[in-house]
Design a binder for this molecule. Structure first.
Ligand SMILES: [Zn+2]
Ligand SMILES: [Zn+2]
Ligand SMILES: [Zn+2]
Ligand SMILES: [Zn+2]
Length: 504
């Protein structure tokens, strides 16, 4: 199919209409992007928080990664899984899911392909190659939606089809194989991870969102996307977007350094990002990817060209550092981070505060404790590992077993407050606007304030956090996380109350 702006625009608009997601006076259009290929652009100025579009997955299915827990192919529940009674080899959780229209169709296709029944141990593999199978069941209109998306040509795509033919011995027809390989490649470059279900019965699946796929990536995006309880993707402006600007979202982790993000994007999405943030060796003055100079001990070492990273230099004394040395340090820091379990809180804090007995640390010197050796590494305040450690601790303190709100010491509670504030300041430095992480951190900060207030009320002390300040923190968190199915229950209650008020 010829990929041109008119056909793509028409196909996408019709698709959204079929899914009842068309917005009147939608503020976007599809145009040629300077990045190559197509992109989504603002047809008028868009205010912070404004809805830009909603999208629905044309294909939704289990993820192929072996680390993902299995779930029912119909409702994605992870409980009471059993093989489908018709012996297709897929897993369902109930009679209702087995009889669902969606499953009946795919059940029939798989059984037609089988020369022998699929044994229980092979069923795992069949579940993981289900998305391309589902693409064959799409109607012609939906197939043409998939066809107007971009596929990357690469050998590693379509291993799902190899699994079907080799491991599962399915008799796939030639034209079916061709289309499925194309779909695999489209999904590899464009699918989003979506969480389905609630609390301890959540499954992570992947969805192909047509309009979401057409928006390009930036490590400094101007939108934030969340998924609601019906797997809709809800895309809103995280910053003010001037008329005519390209609309970007991020496929990568926002608190990773440029080399980590670019490597990850290249490996998973097959492109090298050249956005404004990637091009700035200081990453907007955050120095998230840099280390401190071992010669002058105060200067920050940054790449002389952030898109090449083969030469690193101290900003103060000009000393050159070999890229291997930087890579080594980054590796050591990364492995230290990964070596911590959730109950290693004391060790993580010691690392952050450089408080090892009998050693007087120099400026921002961090001790990395690997199992048997201690390594001194000089890092700036916002170094990626420091940031990730703080983020990890935020989700342990107040959440994990042994660190529930009631059990936290006053010291741990105020540390958590500081970490939240540090990361919120970093997100601002990185120009990330009203991004989802900001919403999550604000809610954690609000919860800390709440706990501090409760304690002060009990002890009769008066220095309480101002009620209005708390309210505004909570309100901002709720505004950012609106529609997000994974938002905290308290925030979900706030929206439903808002909706009730509007109805009256
Ligand atoms: Zn089910
Ligand atoms: Zn079946
Ligand atoms: Zn970038
Ligand atoms: Zn130096």
């Amino acid at each position: 199919m010829q990929r041109n702006i008119e056909t793509i625009t028409q196909t996408i608009h019709k698709y959204l209409e079929r899914k009842s997601l068309a917005i009147e006076d939608a503020p976007w259009e599809i145009k040629k992007s300077e990045l190559g290929g197509f992109g989504v652009f603002a047809t008028r100025a868009i205010e912070v928080g404004e809805l830009i579009f909603k999208d629905f997955p044309v294909i939704l299915g289990p993820r192929a990664a072996p680390t993902c827990p299995l779930s029912c192919v119909s409702c994605y529940s992870r409980r009471d899984l059993r093989l489908c009674g018709k012996k297709c080899g897929l897993l369902v959780c109930s009679e209702k899911c087995e009889k669902s229209l969606g499953h009946q169709k795919e059940c029939k296709v798989v059984r037609q392909w089988q020369s022998k029944p699929i044994s229980e141990d092979l069923s795992v593999q069949l579940v993981r190659v289900l998305s391309p199978i589902r693409s064959l069941l799409l109607g012609e209109e939906d197939k043409s939606v998939v066809k107007c998306l971009k596929a990357h040509k690469s050998d590693q795509h379509g291993f799902e089809v190899d699994v079907m033919k080799d491991a599962l011995a399915l008799n796939v027809k030639e034209d079916e194989e061709k289309f499925m390989r194309f779909v695999c490649s489209v999904m590899d470059s464009n699918a989003f991870e979506v969480l389905v279900g609630f609390e301890d019965n959540q499954a992570s699946v992947k969805g192909l969102y047509p309009l979401g796929s057409l928006a390009n990536h930036s490590c400094c995006p101007n939108t934030c996307h969340v998924f609601d309880d019906k797997q809709h993707m809800v895309v809103r402006a995280s910053k003010f977007i001037p008329q005519g600007s390209e609309i970007f979202h991020s496929y990568s982790r926002l608190i990773w350094s440029t080399s980590a993000r670019r490597f990850h994007l290249y490996r998973t999405k097959h492109f090298l990002c050249k956005c404004q943030r990637c091009e700035d060796p200081t990453e907007f003055g955050s120095y998230i990817g840099s280390i401190l100079c071992k010669v002058c001990k105060t200067g920050k070492v940054i790449p002389t060209n952030s898109l090449q990273t083969d030469k690193w230099q101290c900003e103060v004394c000009g000393s050159l550092i070999k890229k291997e040395e930087v890579a080594n340090i980054t590796f050591v820091l990364g492995s230290a981070l990964n070596s911590f379990d959730d109950d290693d809180v004391a060790v993580m804090l010691r690392l952050l505060h450089q408080k090892l007995p009998n050693l007087v640390p120099e400026n921002n010197q961090t001790v990395v404790e690997l199992k048997y050796k201690l390594i001194w590494i000089l890092v700036p305040e916002n170094n990626q590992t420091v940031v990730e450690l703080k983020y990890k601790l935020i989700w342990i303190l107040g959440h994990q077993q042994g660190f529930a709100w009631n059990d936290l010491s006053d010291e741990y509670l105020s540390l958590k407050v500081n970490f939240c504030r540090d990361l919120l300041a970093l997100l601002e430095l990185l120009r990330l606007g009203q991004c989802k992480m900001r919403g999550l951190l604000l809610y954690e900060l609000y919860s800390c304030y709440n706990e501090q207030n409760n304690r002060q009320t009990k002890s009769g002390s008066v220095s309480k956090v101002h009620e209005n300040q708390m309210k505004s923190v909570l309100q901002e968190a709720a505004d950012i996380l609106m529609y997000d199915v994974t938002a905290p229950a308290e925030i979900k209650r706030m929206w439903s109350e808002e909706v009730q008020l509007k109805k009256k």
